[in-house]
Design a protein around this ligand. Structure first.
Ligand SMILES: [Zn+2]
Length: 582
């Protein structure tokens, strides 16, 4: 059984943009050959060739350049709609025209063919750059005419630093990742595609951001302060982590998710992503209104394009608690948050303006799905296991991770840094633990550390699916599910999350869950082991309860090295001394 969404082939336009001489035509030619080998022979629309036929007579004014690009987009769209592949190689200097093409075609993969000007001048056999730099050629893109770099291209290739083969491989990986191209035959073919087939990115362009900020400043757009939890959701809607969602759920999707763990279109989705407001507030707004969502410092994080608003009854709210959290108990932190949410839900797509503020320690690890996917592709990883954690990693977790890593290419260590309970260990302390563990005990070239901005729901089984789907969007093919995943207190059985995941097919999930049991150091085995692999009784197992560990750390004592790496223990002892919960 494998995920196969390319049987009814979706067409695609692969749009190579970049300065003259950057290597677009060469890349187009080699890419065309590579695609033909994979059974998907593309049409190539090369800018220079197009100008002798489709756009004969057009010059190089902005207007003529735009007309040329619009014609190319028109033809590309016809081919793409028929399930064909098109490779466009055209300077296409203006962002808005490329975005217009993207809008028209839909299945659009923008490849920024990047090369610094010095290198272009060096390569320039016809001496055109030299002439332009001397002021002898007007409207020469990159010198006497603007080139607007793409803001969020699907692929960036650096032709001054990589071989054509490497660039081709990057584009192929992106096509596979977005589900346009079936992965090369292999054990894990088909996995690792975004949920629903493509990453849905909602980040505004720089121009749009400016415009929205001005409209907000003028008072044209009403503002709505949102909680830290909603801010976390906005970040994942912006960066594609919540693909295929483009905003907050409407009524039909909400009901369907609560009842059936599926969106209205049938796609698996276990947790409602919603925005609640008070009735009085909701009454001021009408459908099709734009509302600025602001954080507690008044920074506009996103625009909600309101499509519908609906009031939940008390019974519906309790049904959500029961359905999603399997309890109506207010003591459950996730249920408490549902009960505290104002009762009118606003649904509609969002346009993200800026990311929520986070501690500076996270910045180097704040990678979006496009960035983790690129990092995986650059290292040639075809299978990647994701590990969700909100705790320091002790030997038991390390063993599980390494056991998984034995059979895949790479690891995404992906700690959750969104809103958690106050008594959870602070995320910056955890981050230092991961850094110490990776530095001392992992092969760096096989691990990517990045932070995941979701808020914790503590929804146990449903959240395990949620966490798996998010990691699928980040490019993982496998996901580790241990004991009591995303649980809290005694609300869920130890293996309830694994059992729920096992109810769904790999076609539904599109990511392969890896289930693990309780693991420990066994003195009789003389190694780490689990209840699956060790025959000895618990007297031989080095197991410490959470309370025992916390007591040791609070007293400044390190747990045994069979339980915790000393480097990690020292960081936790320091944190405990400074008064942090550990
Ligand atoms: Zn043993």
């Amino acid at each position: 059984m494998s995920v196969n969404i390319v049987n009814n082939r979706r067409g695609a336009t692969i749009w190579l943009t970049g300065l003259s001489g950057a290597g677009k035509s060469t890349l187009a030619e080699r890419l065309a050959a590579a695609l033909a080998q994979r059974g998907w022979a593309p049409e190539v629309l090369d800018g220079d060739v197009v100008r002798t036929h489709l756009s004969k007579g057009l010059g190089f004014s902005k207007e003529d350049r735009d007309t040329n690009i619009r014609r190319i987009a028109f033809v590309s769209n016809l081919v793409t709609k028929q399930g064909g592949a098109v490779i466009v190689a055209a300077i296409s200097p203006y962002r808005h025209t490329r975005d217009e093409a993207r809008e028209l075609i839909g299945n659009f993969v923008e490849v920024f063919v990047r090369c610094p000007l010095e290198e272009l001048v060096r390569r320039d056999v016809k001496g055109l750059y030299a002439k332009a730099l001397r002021g002898e050629i007007a409207n020469f893109t990159g010198v006497s005419d603007p080139y607007e770099e793409p803001l969020t291209p699907e692929v960036v290739v650096d032709t001054d630093r990589e071989t054509v083969d490497e660039s081709v491989a990057k584009v192929l990986a992106a096509l596979e990742g977005a589900g346009y191209l079936e992965s090369a035959p292999g054990l894990f073919s088909g996995l690792g595609q975004p949920h629903g087939g493509r990453l849905v990115l909602r980040q505004a362009s720089a121009e749009a951001l400016d415009e929205w900020d001005q409209r907000i400043a003028r008072g044209d757009v009403p503002t709505l302060p949102v909680s830290g939890r909603v801010a976390c959701d906005l970040e994942l809607l912006a960066n594609g982590g919540f693909s295929p969602l483009d905003g907050f759920l409407g009524q039909r999707d909400y009901r369907s998710v609560v009842r059936d763990l599926r969106l209205g279109n049938g796609l698996l989705w276990p947790i409602p992503i919603v925005l609640g407001v008070a009735e009085a507030l909701a009454a001021q707004w009408r459908e099709r209104q734009d509302i600025a969502l602001v954080d507690d410092e008044g920074r506009a994080l996103a625009i909600l394009h309101l499509q519908e608003k609906f009031l939940l009854s008390g019974a519906e709210v309790r049904a959500e608690a029961r359905g999603v959290y399997r309890t109506e108990d207010e003591a459950h932190p996730g249920v408490r948050a549902v009960y505290a949410r104002p009762p009118v839900l606003l649904g509609g797509p969002i346009t993200a303006l800026r990311r929520p503020a986070r501690p500076a320690v996270f910045e180097p690890y704040r990678l979006d799905p496009t960035e983790t996917r690129r990092a995986f592709a650059e290292r040639g990883w075809r299978s990647v296991v994701g590990f969700q954690t909100r705790n320091p990693v002790h030997r038991a977790h390390e063993y599980i991770i390494k056991t998984a890593l034995e059979s895949v290419d790479g690891l995404l260590l992906h700690p959750l840094v969104g809103e958690t309970k106050d008594d959870d260990i602070p995320a910056d302390v955890r981050l230092r633990c991961y850094e110490a563990l990776l530095a001392g005990y992992f092969p760096v070239e096989r691990v990517q550390l990045a932070v995941m901005p979701a808020a914790m729901r503590y929804a146990g089984p449903r959240e395990a699916i949620f966490h798996a789907l998010i990691r699928k969007n980040y490019g993982c093919t496998h996901f580790i599910v241990g004991r009591d995943h995303a649980g809290v207190g005694t609300y869920y059985g130890t293996y309830e999350a694994q059992q729920l995941l096992a109810e769904f097919s790999e076609a539904d999930l599109g990511i392969r869950p890896l289930f693990f049991e309780h693991s420990f150091y066994c003195t009789a085995c003389g190694s780490m082991a689990s209840t699956k692999t060790c025959p000895h009784d618990s007297a031989h197992h080095v197991v410490l309860s959470g309370t025992m560990v916390r007591t040791l750390l609070a007293e400044g004592k390190t747990p045994p090295p069979e339980f915790s790496r000393p480097e990690v223990a020292h960081i936790l002892i320091e944190a405990a001394r400074a008064g942090a919960p550990v």
